[in-house]
Design a protein around this ligand. Structure first.
Ligand code: A8S
Length: 208
């Protein structure tokens, strides 16, 4: 039991109907559980896979959300994005962005649509609708919630994507999980630094 209590890794339990059940039972808080049930339980077709990546950030939720919600500026924290522009819309739901990624990746560009932007519930849904990569029918859901104790923000990002015919579930999920993991770590670094600078501007002589 002690070993189980220390489990922090997310394990994906693909059940018969391929409904994702993301289990992190012992360490998941009530808030995380609620978000998972509400926004990160996706139905998968036989040729699809998906996962969820969670990142805790020591910065206030409004600050983190202000960075995440900027659909036209993913490069603010996504380090693989070289540049980005809106080809349709004004940054609200229905907008389309076209981005190019840094060299060394198996793709150069991606076309993505903002399906949902909920400033009250802090939910953002993005679909990839084109590009020269292999992420077909990719759809991601990003949610933010506050941990009950402390000023931390929990970011959860789940996705569903087709498994390419020349690949397998493990490799497809590993690829997406790695990119999302890097993105969320970079988001944490950026917003934690912003939060620190903000506090230190109020208390210029303290050690923040
Ligand atoms: C995101 C998530 C992903 C982005 C992937 C998975 C991508 O932007 C990169 C390389 C690719 O091969 C596919 O939230 C694509 O950004 C970095 C261009 C879509």
């Amino acid at each position: 039991m002690a070993a189980k209590l220390n489990t922090t890794e997310l394990s994906i339990n693909m059940q018969q109907n391929k409904h994702i059940s993301l289990t992190k039972p012992q360490s998941r808080s009530a808030g995380e559980e609620a978000m998972k049930v509400l926004h990160h339980s996706h139905r998968l077709s036989a040729n699809q896979c998906g996962s969820v990546v969670t990142q805790t950030i020591q910065a206030p939720l409004p600050l983190v959300w202000s960075v995440v919600r900027q659909f036209e500026e993913p490069q603010a924290y996504k380090q693989f994005v070289k540049n980005c522009g809106l080809s349709s819309g004004d940054g609200g739901a229905g907008s389309v962005r076209e981005l190019t990624v840094v060299s060394g990746l198996p793709a150069e560009r991606s076309i993505e649509r903002l399906e949902r932007l909920d400033d009250e519930s802090h939910v953002m849904v993005v679909s990839i609708i084109g590009g020269d990569h292999k992420l077909v029918n990719y759809r991601s859901t990003t949610t933010l919630h506050k941990e009950e104790c402390g000023g931390e923000t929990v970011v959860m990002e789940s996705y569903v994507v087709d498994i390419p015919p020349d690949s397998c579930e493990e490799d497809t999920c590993l690829f997406a999980d790695t990119i999302i993991g890097c993105n969320l770590k970079s988001l944490a670094k950026l917003t934690e630094r912003m939060a620190c600078n903000h506090v230190s501007s109020y208390f210029p002589h303290s050690f923040f």
